[in-house]
Design a binder for this molecule. Structure first.
Ligand code: CMX
Length: 134
C-alpha cells in the first residue's frame, strides 16, 4: 500500500488553504465538493502523496462531528490499493471493521472504503483505488 493522502479536518477551507499554501510554498491544485460525504475538499501535492483539507458542508457530516468532538486536526490516512474489493475482503477477514459494505465514490476520482478507527489503533484508515474510465 502506498500512502496516498492524509486528510485534515478544518473549520474554514479558505483560511486553511492560505495557511497550507504558506507552509508548502505552493497553492492547492484542486477543490472538490463531495455531496454524499457532506464535505468540501482541497488537495495539495506533497511529493508522491497529497494533503486533503476537509471542511464540513453540512452539520451532520463526519467532519462536522469530528471537529465538534476533537477539534481541527488529522482526520484520516488514505492508502492506495490496486484492487479495493480484494483488499476489503482480505482486511475484513483479518478482523478490521469496514465502515461501508461496498466501495463508494470519493473525492479525486477514487473508489473509497473506510476502516473503523476502533479496529485500527484509533486511526481512521481509508482505502482508495483510482477509477480508471474504460
Ligand atoms: N479518527 C480517529 N478516531 C475517530 C475519528 C477519526 N477520524 N472519528 C471518530 N473517532 C472516534 C470517536 O472519537 C469515538 O471515540 P470514543 O468512543 O473513544 O469517544 C469513536 O471513534 C467512535 O465514534 P462514534 O461516536 O461511534 O462514531 P462517529 O459518529 O463519531 O463516527 C466514524 C466515526 C469514523 C465511524 C465516522 O466518522 C465515519 O463513518 N467516517 C467515514 C466517512 C468519513 O469520515 N467521511 C469524511 C471524509 C470523506 C472524504 O475523504 O472525502
Amino acid at each position: 500500500m502506498k500512502l496516498e493522502h492524509i486528510g485534515i479536518a478544518v473549520k474554514n477551507l479558505e483560511t486553511s488553504n492560505d495557511l497550507f499554501k504558506t507552509l508548502f510554498g505552493k497553492a492547492h491544485y484542486k477543490t472538490e465538493a463531495v455531496e454524499s460525504e457532506g464535505v468540501k475538499t482541497s488537495f495539495f501535492q506533497t511529493g508522491e502523496s497529497k494533503i486533503e483539507l476537509l471542511e464540513a458542508s453540512n452539520p451532520d457530516s463526519a467532519i462536522a462531528k469530528f471537529i465538534e468532538k476533537r477539534g481541527e486536526g488529522i482526520h484520516h490516512i488514505a492508502f492506495e490499493v490496486e484492487d479495493i474489493h480484494a483488499e476489503m475482503q482480505r482486511l475484513e477477514g483479518e478482523g478490521f471493521r469496514l465502515l461501508n459494505e461496498k466501495p463508494k465514490r470519493g473525492a479525486d476520482n477514487k473508489l473509497i472504503c473506510f476502516l473503523h478507527p476502533k479496529s485500527a489503533n484509533g486511526v481512521l484508515v481509508e482505502l482508495c483505488q483510482e477509477i480508471k474510465e474504460a
